[in-house]
Design a protein around this ligand. Structure first.
Ligand SMILES: Nc1ncnc2c1ncn2[C@@H]1O[C@H](COP(=O)(O)OP(=O)(O)OP(=O)(O)O)[C@@H](O)[C@H]1O
Ligand SMILES: [Mg+2]
Length: 195
């Protein structure tokens, strides 16, 4: 059964990534702008003082506008860094100078010493992913980084995933460790599955 679940997740992951590859740059850009504009209107975003944002890969919903807004507002910008099996939230000042591209193509904090903060200090956490369903199911890249990270959240921070509608699927198989994503923002607005 577990083997089946992994295989099913992998098949949905591949199909969705294929769909994303077929989106044009113009579609990705327009939808990313719409998604970020929706996020900027959220009271939870406006009230947040410390926000963790992923640095997007070319096929993912962009986060550049959100980062600029945090910078302009003088708010704390947190970017995750993969270390071993863990995702480490690190404060950065400037995405232009404080990030380096890893061999797997993700921009991560690299300055020594890292300015690590605890997950409980985060007011807002934006989650990437490959596929999402409408019941809080999420399929990421298959390493469990976000599941392990979100399991440490003590309930204070506002957790939101960002996805194009192309990433919404009927059902994401769930395993014991899979964190239920409370809400996802698409270009059509927020999808909520938590009261
Ligand atoms: N809380 C946890 N404790 C131990 N192992 C975990 C935990 N969460 C996830 N894992 C491990 O991570 C692996 C991948 O999990 P999963 O398929 O759910 O990844 P994913 O959600 O697609 O990836 P990601 O969150 O990195 O985008 C699994 O082999 C699982 O054993
Ligand atoms: Mg998972």
């Amino acid at each position: 059964m577990t083997g089946n679940t992994f295989a099913l997740k992998d098949s949905i992951r591949r199909q969705t990534l294929e769909l994303l590859r077929h989106m044009s740059d113009a579609e990705r850009q327009a939808q990313s702008v719409a998604i970020q504009n929706h996020i900027l209107e959220l009271p939870a975003w406006q009230q947040a003082r410390t926000a963790m944002l992923y640095m997007h890969m070319p096929h993912e919903v962009a986060t550049d506008k959100l980062i600029s807004c945090l910078q302009e507002a003088g708010k704390s910008i947190v970017v995750p860094k993969c270390q071993g099996d863990n995702l480490i939230p690190c404060l950065i000042d400037n995405p232009e100078t404080d990030l380096a591209i890893t061999p797997w193509g993700v921009r991560e904090p690299f300055r020594d010493p890292l300015r690590i903060i605890t997950p409980s200090e985060l007011d807002f956490i934006l989650i990437p992913g490959v596929a999402f369903d409408r019941q809080g199911g999420r399929i990421g890249y298959g390493r469990g980084y976000y599941d392990r990270f979100l399991a440490q959240m003590s309930g204070g921070g506002y957790v939101l995933a960002a996805a194009y509608t192309e990433q919404l699927v009927a059902w994401c198989p769930r395993q014991d460790w899979d964190y239920q994503i409370p809400r996802v923002m698409t270009e059509e607005g927020v999808i909520l599955w938590q009261k």
